[in-house]
Design a protein around this ligand. Structure first.
Ligand code: EPU
Length: 302
């Protein structure tokens, strides 16, 4: 989708929004898949309500992009523009055991920065790509922890009220890979309360998690992490593996040889290829196990 009306372009500049015409989503997602559309980079949170009013008044559909690490975007010219926050400097500010973190901050860098300030708790998430905002929206978790446990406050743009609001931790429900945020809410920043720990002890935890991840996940390859959620009491990866589906491909979309719940883009996979592979694996698992696997990856298909 293209924004070409000079009045809208001028207004975007007034709202401190940088317009990047015809951005390739393949370059903005960890899967390396996705078509093109205009990208609107937001430099000032406070102007978001005005920006959304401008887009709605001009019937311009939009989607919010975080770090693009848990996302499968459709091919070709996309029918919506993409909004993304520009990361401020600094993106983490400490106040005792609280860390105030911008949603656009890189998750891994934030965990390490907190560690250097003797604040731990999030070691399990080291190696999870993406932004803090994305981790928050999905309640990212690994190795027995989840980010939701540390959330005390979230500042967000709420599409329902068209306002920037602050929610307290107890007003948000964090479940397995699910939160009570609405799909069109936009995370802006979060206040985390983290336990005090010595840097060297946190580092030790980080090393252990890194090693576990390196030995079981295809880290160097283009992927969106796990494709399916684990069904209650079972492991999607183990079921797919037991069916002998590692290496199964549609075009360049391929079930990883290392972890069967990771599907990798082994070259120039299209969204069409990846969606066909997802559908095929889901059907095979359903046939054998009678379980309907639910996507963990977020799909934006036109
Ligand atoms: N397994 C296999 N074959 C495989 C993959 C796994 O037999 O190809 C077996 C493992 O041997 C293990 C069991 O399945 O006995 C579980 O595997 P693993 O420990 O790798 O955990 P997972 O349930 O597959 C979950 C999260 C990961 C997270 C890890 C570590 C989901 C969908 N996945 O994976 O998160 O990194 O635990 O805590 O909840 C993600 O969300 O994108 C993600 C990768």
């Amino acid at each position: 989708m293209r924004i070409s009306d000079p009045n809208i372009v001028a207004r975007l500049a007034e709202l401190h929004v940088e317009l990047q015409p015809s951005a390739a989503l393949a370059g903005l997602t960890s899967l390396g898949i996705g078509g093109t559309t205009d990208l609107l980079r937001i430099k000032n949170h406070e102007r978001i309500p005005d920006l959304l009013n401008l887009l709605d008044a001009n019937h311009i559909p939009h989607k919010f992009l975080g770090g693009g690490s848990n996302l499968l975007v459709g091919d070709g010219e996309l029918p919506w523009v993409i909004l993304q926050l520009v990361c401020p400097d600094p993106d983490v500010v400490f106040e005792g055991n609280f860390a105030h973190v911008d949603a656009a901050a890189d998750l891994g860098r934030t965990i390490t920065f907190c560690a250097k300030n003797d604040l731990g708790g999030m070691e399990g998430l080291i190696g999870v790509p993406g932004t803090v905002g994305g981790a928050l929206r999905m309640n990212a978790g690994a190795y027995g922890m989840q980010i939701g446990s540390y959330v005390r406050e979230v500042k967000l743009y709420r599409a329902a009220t068209r306002k920037i609001e602050i929610l307290r931790g107890h007003q948000i429900s964090f479940e397995y890979r699910h939160t009570s945020f609405a799909p069109d809410d936009m995370m802006l920043s979060v206040k985390l309360e983290l336990p005090s720990k010595l840097f060297k002890d946190i580092l030790q935890g980080i090393r252990i998690c890194n090693e576990k991840r390196r030995s079981s996940q295809p880290l160097g390859q283009k992927s969106a992490g796990c494709i399916f959620k684990n069904p209650p009491g079972a492991s999607a990866g183990r079921m797919i593996d037991e069916l002998g589906l590692k290496g199964l491909s549609v075009g360049d979309a391929r079930v990883s040889d290392r972890h069967a719940n990771f599907f990798v883009n082994a070259g120039r996979a299209s969204a069409r290829d990846m969606l066909a592979l997802i559908a095929d694996v889901r059907e095979r698992v359903h046939k054998t196990y009678g379980v309907e696997l639910e996507n963990e990856v977020v799909v934006w298909n036109a």
